[in-house]
Design a protein. Structure first.
Length: 229
C-alpha cells in the first residue's frame, strides 16, 4: 500500500568514509533525517563529511547499533539489497526491484520500511539476507552487476517515491507485527530443536520465508504461536 512511510536507511558495517558521505547525501536528497549504522568499521571523519556536502548532520548524529536485530526492531518490513541474486541463497525472498515494490505495496501495515545496505566490500551475509522480508536486486549488466551501495540506495529511494511511497518523520516505536513474528520464529526454532531434522537452519529459513510471504495479521501470528507452544 503506497502512502506515507518511514524509510529507515540501515547500513551494515560500513568501511569506507566516502561511501558514508554519499549515502548521507542521497538520503538527504529524499528527505531522510537519520541514518542507522550497525557496527561501523570506520570513523566518521573529515573525508566522510566532505563527501556528504550539505548533509553533514546525518553523519554527526547517526544511530549506532550493535546488532542487526536491534536496528530493524522498529521496522514493519525490511528490504535487503543484493547485487548478485544467484549467490543470495534459495531460501531468501529474492526479487527484482519492481517486484519488491509490488510486494511492499501489498503489505498493508508496512508504515516503517527498513532499507538494508550491505558492507561496501562483501555486502550482506546469507544469514543477514534471511532476516529480510524482501531481498531486492536492481537489474544491471550481467558483466558487472554490483552497484555501489550509495548508487543502489538512490535508485531504491527514487523507485519508492515514484511508486507512491512518501517519506515521513521517523518513528522509534517498535513494530508489534515484527515483534510477534520474531517471537514466532523463536518458538518454531525451539519446537524443532529436539526433532530428527538434519538441517534445522534450512527448515527455519524456509518457515520464515513462508510466514513473511503470507504477511499474517497480529491475530494470525498469535494463533500460530499458541499452536506451536
Amino acid at each position: 500500500m503506497a502512502g506515507p512511510a518511514d524509510f529507515k536507511i540501515i547500513v551494515v558495517q560500513p568501511r569506507y568514509q566516502i561511501n558514508l558521505g554519499y549515502i548521507a547525501r542521497v538520503s538527504k536528497n529524499f528527505g531522510i533525517r537519520q541514518l542507522y549504522l550497525v557496527n561501523p568499521r570506520t570513523i566518521i571523519g573529515e573525508r566522510a563529511l566532505m563527501f556528504a556536502k550539505h548533509s553533514r548532520e546525518l553523519l554527526e548524529h547517526p544511530r549506532i547499533f550493535k546488532s542487526l536485530k536491534e536496528a530493524v526492531a522498529s521496522c514493519d518490513i525490511v528490504i535487503g539489497t543484493t547485487g548478485v541474486p544467484i549467490k543470495a541463497g534459495r531460501a531468501a525472498n529474492i526479487m527484482s526491484l519492481e517486484q519488491s515494490l509490488k510486494s511492499a505495496r501489498a503489505a498493508k501495515r508496512a508504515k516503517h520500511i527498513g532499507i538494508l545496505l550491505g558492507r561496501d566490500d562483501i555486502g550482506l551475509t546469507k544469514e543477514e539476507l534471511d532476516e529480510c522480508d524482501i531481498v531486492a536486486y536492481i537489474p544491471t549488466s550481467p558483466k558487472y552487476p554490483v552497484l555501489n551501495i550509495s548508487h543502489a540506495l538512490a535508485i531504491m529511494l527514487y523507485a519508492l517515491k515514484s511508486n507512491g511511497f512518501r517519506h515521513q518523520q521517523p518513528s522509534l516505536v517498535q513494530s508489534p507485527e515484527r515483534t510477534e513474528s520474531e517471537y514466532l520464529f523463536r518458538v518454531f526454532a525451539e519446537s524443532i530443536e529436539n526433532k530428527r531434522i538434519r538441517n534445522k537452519k534450512a527448515v527455519l529459513r524456509i518457515f520464515k520465508k513462508i510466514v513473511r510471504a503470507a504477511r499474517p495479521s497480529p491475530q494470525e501470528l498469535h494463533a500460530l504461536i499458541t499452536a506451536l507452544k
